[in-house]
Design a protein around this ligand. Structure first.
Ligand code: NAD
Length: 501
């Protein structure tokens, strides 16, 4: 890192114009059986604003007894919720979407304050949440199964798609409301009841969501218990009355949940980490690559499982691409979430994560990498790190194989197509990837050979509710979004009627 780079990066500070109002905060306690339970007696956890480092509020640290109460409420509600006909369930989910839309501003304020994400990103999250509920409200009415028919003589077969029952959900801190919506919407749409454990760092928007929709859902259909993963999340994974556990989070938490869930043989749905390779061939539009990565690599401060964090570029165009990318990164506007509408990069979510990302950078420099731009923390209050592009990265360096989950992109070079594909696939994760080329054969063939659940061609990090999201290999299994998610949260039953004479 050069002194000039360090001086160029400054944190734009908030004017205080859109600060959180105390009335924005959700009620205290867990949301169980349609109401917030008084948690005054419980131990609490401080919730921090990562831009100001101030305590926003405190939430209850859930216990095994809270998990039991929430699961009992979900069990009590599951039979009647499963019987609600698709049209009515769909109308309820549309009403949820409407309620979120009516309360967009408060959810944006809460999400920005709790995560530090720019207001523009928080708006995308709330809009995405609304669209997820609308998509699932429509999709649940259009699900079909195999035609009823005689497949064995004198036996009529009917295939039913049924809800699983109670689904436990554990969510991460990077998109707290959106990741909760990606689970809650298809789970409820498929006729299940749900107990959600939000990240202990960012529970506010999920609690607010429960408050906002409380009168729209029958008691017990949606429950939220706040607290720690190894207590509340693990409690849900272990609970005999929970039929499935769905987690979005790190690989370590995914493994822990899968191990715990094995004892009751419940279904497991895991959306875990990513280390998306960005494979750039010599015939790619380099300006398009650089402008696209400005968003795809640094959106949400790079705390994004699909972030374009690992560039593999053909050696003949590497210098040209790095120049263009560095020019884009220098222009990124870093600041407190509500400092202005054009903030592109906020702080990291917590002191612990900030320390972790800086440790990754230290290790990268020890391993021989060099920062073409950025490479250090930003001074002042808040957990801000400079948007960074690392070059001269030795093959196999930890920053190219481990998820950094911050505003850090590495650039490596390759000489031919096979090498590019082998190196792109040579990581334990397989969530997403992109290929940049103007060659029609390559755009199909390389995409087909990349080991990732989503592959973009000449694009990166564009998602839609109609299409599935989920990983291969260490990135987990199961799909969010689309009718594939509805399928994941249902089970198949065959009913056979003998009608012989
Ligand atoms: P994390 O694994 O630390 O925490 C995620 C959730 O798991 C939290 O609610 C936490 O309390 C809980 N948890 C932790 N230990 C647990 C245990 N033993 N049993 C049950 N629950 C437990 O992850 P994070 O730091 O909050 O989020 C970042 C990670 O999430 C990154 O790895 C990122 O790639 C991943 N992520 C993936 C996707 C995706 O769609 N694949 C989306 C967003 C985030």
């Amino acid at each position: 890192m050069s002194v000039t780079d360090h001086q160029r990066s400054v944190v734009r500070r908030s004017t205080g114009a859109t600060k959180l109002d105390p009335t924005d905060l959700p009620p205290a306690g867990h949301f169980i059986d349609g109401a917030f339970r008084d948690a005054r007696a419980a131990e609490t956890l401080e919730i921090i604003n990562p831009a100001s480092e101030e305590v926003i509020t405190e939430v209850a640290l859930g216990t095994a007894a809270d998990v039991d109460a929430a699961v009992a409420a979900a069990v009590k509600a599951k039979v009647s919720w499963a019987r609600v006909v698709p049209k009515q369930r769909s109308e309820i989910l549309h009403a949820v979407a409407d309620r979120i839309a009516q309360n967009r501003d408060v959810l944006v304020r809460l999400e920005s304050a709790n995560t530090g994400k720019p207001v523009s990103v928080a708006r995308d999250d709330v809009d995405g949440t609304i669209d997820t509920f609308r998509f699932m409200a429509g999709a649940l009415r259009a699900t079909t199964s195999m035609a009823a028919g005689d497949y064995a003589e004198s036996h009529l077969s009917v295939i039913l798609r049924e809800p699983l029952g109670v689904v436990g959900v554990v969510t991460p801190w990077n998109y707290p409301l959106l990741m909760a919506a990606w689970k809650i919407a298809p789970i409820l749409a498929a006729g299940n009841t749900v107990v959600v454990k939000p990240s202990e760092q960012t529970p506010l928007s999920t609690l607010k969501f429960a408050e906002l929709v409380a009168d729209l859902l029958p008691p017990g259909v949606l429950n939220v218990v706040t607290g720690l993963g190894p207590v509340v999340g693990s409690g849900l994974a272990a609970h005999a009355a929970v039929d499935m556990i769905a987690l979005t989070g790190s690989v370590g938490s995914g493994k822990a949940v899968a191990r715990t869930a094995a004892d009751t043989l419940k279904r497991v749905h895991l959306e875990l980490g990513g280390k998306a390779p960005v494979v750039v061939f010599d015939d790619a539009d380099l300006d398009l690559v650089a402008t696209s990565l400005r968003t795809a690599s640094f959106y949400n401060s790079g705390q994004e499982c699909g972030a374009a964090c690992r560039v593999l570029v053909h050696e003949s165009v590497a210098d040209q691409l790095v120049d263009r990318l560095v020019a884009q990164v220098r222009e990124l506007v870093v600041g407190e979430p509500d400092a202005s509408d054009d903030i592109e990069v906020g702080p990291l979510v917590s002191k612990a994560h900030y320390d972790r990302v800086l440790a990754h950078l230290d290790r990268a420099f020890d391993e021989g990498a060099r920062a073409a731009v950025g490479g250090a923390a930003l001074e002042g209050t808040g957990y801000f790190v400079q948007p960074t592009v690392l070059v001269d990265v030795p093959a196999g360096a930890s920053c190219t194989t481990e998820e950094v989950f911050g505003p850090v992109v590495t650039v490596e070079t390759f000489t031919d197509e096979d090498e590019a594909i082998n190196r792109a696939n040579d990581v334990p994760l397989g969530l997403s990837a992109s290929v940049w080329t103007s060659d029609a054969r390559r755009s199909h063939d390389v995409a087909a050979r990349l080991d990732a659940g989503t592959v973009w061609v000449n694009s990166h990090l564009v998602l839609a509710n109609e299409v599935p999201w989920g990983g291969f290999k260490g990135s987990g299994y199961g799909r969010d979004l689309s009718i594939y998610a509805l399928d994941d949260y249902s089970r198949t039953k065959h009913v056979m009627h003998y009608h012989g004479r």
